[in-house]
Ligand binder design. Sequence first.
Ligand SMILES: Nc1ncnc2c1ncn2[C@@H]1O[C@H](COP(=O)(O)OP(=O)(O)OP(=O)(O)O)[C@@H](O)[C@H]1O
Ligand SMILES: [Mg+2]
Length: 333
Amino acid sequence: MTEPRNVVLKVRGLSVFYATPTGDVRATDDASFDLYEGETLGLVGESGSGKTTATSGILRMVSSPGRIVAGSVELDGVDLLALKEEDLRRQRWSKLALIPQGAMNSLNPTMKISAQIADVIRTHTGKTPPRDRILELFQMVGLPGRIHDMYPHELSGGMKQRVCIAMGIALNPRVIIADEATSALDVVVQRVVAQTMAKVRDALGVSMIMIGHDMGLMAQMVDRIAVMYSGKIVEIARVADMFARPAHPYSKILIDSVPSLTQRQALRITGGITHDPRNPPKGCIFQLRCPYAAPQCREPQPLREINPGQLAACCRAEEILAGTAQAREIADA
Ligand SMILES: Nc1ncnc2c1ncn2[C@@H]1O[C@H](COP(=O)(O)OP(=O)(O)OP(=O)(O)O)[C@@H](O)[C@H]1O
Ligand SMILES: [Mg+2]
C-alpha cells in the first residue's frame, strides 16, 4: 500500500506548546504531513519528542497548560481546528478514533468489558448497540465471545489491548491513531496485537497512525514512517526508502542503531534531547547533536522533497544520500 491516493488527513503547520513558568515548551512545532486512504503511517521518535502531543493537537484534545498555537488539521477536507466544539465532538470517534497511550490500564475496573464498549457507542450515537454488534467487534479483534461478561482484571494485557482496539473501531472511523498500542506488552504479544491492528485496518479500510519506539516493529507494520525530533518532523519516507537510505542525519542514526529489523529495541541513541525545549536552537533542531552540522544549519530547515515521496528537513540531505557528507565531531557544531 505505497501508492499515494486520496489524502484523508492533512496536517499543516501544527504547533502545540505547553506554558511553563520559564517559557513555552515547544512540544510539537510546525508539524505537517498527509495521511493517505488505507495507509498506515508510523510516527517514531525518542521519549519526549512530541508524538502524543501531536496526537492531542490533531484531535483538539490538548489540555492546560498546553495550547494549540497554530496549524490546521483537515479530515476529509474539514478543518477540525476551526469546527465548533459540538461539531468536533461528532467527528471524534465516529471519524477519528484514538487508542490512547496506556489505554489498557485505563479500562474501568468495575465495569464489564461489553458495557464499556457499549458505552462508547451509546455516547456517540445515542443508541445502545445490540449484543451481536459487541460480539462482532470482539470477533474482529480476535477476542472470544466469552469475555462479554468479564471484567478487565480477568483479561491478559494483550486481550485488554484488543478491547481498546475494539473500542477504537466501534464507530467505523476513517482514521485510527494508536499511541504506543503495543509498547507495554511482551514481544510475542506485541506481534499478535500488531497483527490484529493490521487485520482490522485491512478489513475496514481505515487509515492509521501508529506511534511507537520500535523501528523493527514499525518496519513490518507501516507503509511510511515520520521521524520526530524535539517537536519537529525531520523526515517522512516510505519504509523501504527510510531503511535503505535515510536522508536526515537523525533518521540515519536511529536506523543504524537498530541491530536488525527483527530485533525489538526501544529508541535510545544517546542521553536524549540536549537543548532546552523552551529555547530550541535557531535553524535545524538537530544541529547540536548532528555529526554533519555546518554553518548553513543555523538557517530554518523546512521539510522538502529529496526524492519522490521522501521529505527531509536537512540542507545536507543530498550529500548524506550520496555518502559524500563528511561527519565531524559533534563538539564542532
Ligand atoms: N503537561 C505538560 N506540561 C509541560 N510540558 C509537557 C506537558 N506534557 C508534555 N510536556 C512536554 O512536551 C514534550 C513532548 O511530550 P510528549 O508526551 O508529547 O512526547 P512523546 O513523544 O509522546 O513521548 P513518549 O514517547 O514518552 O510518550 C516533552 O518535552 C514533555 O516534557
Ligand atoms: Mg507519548
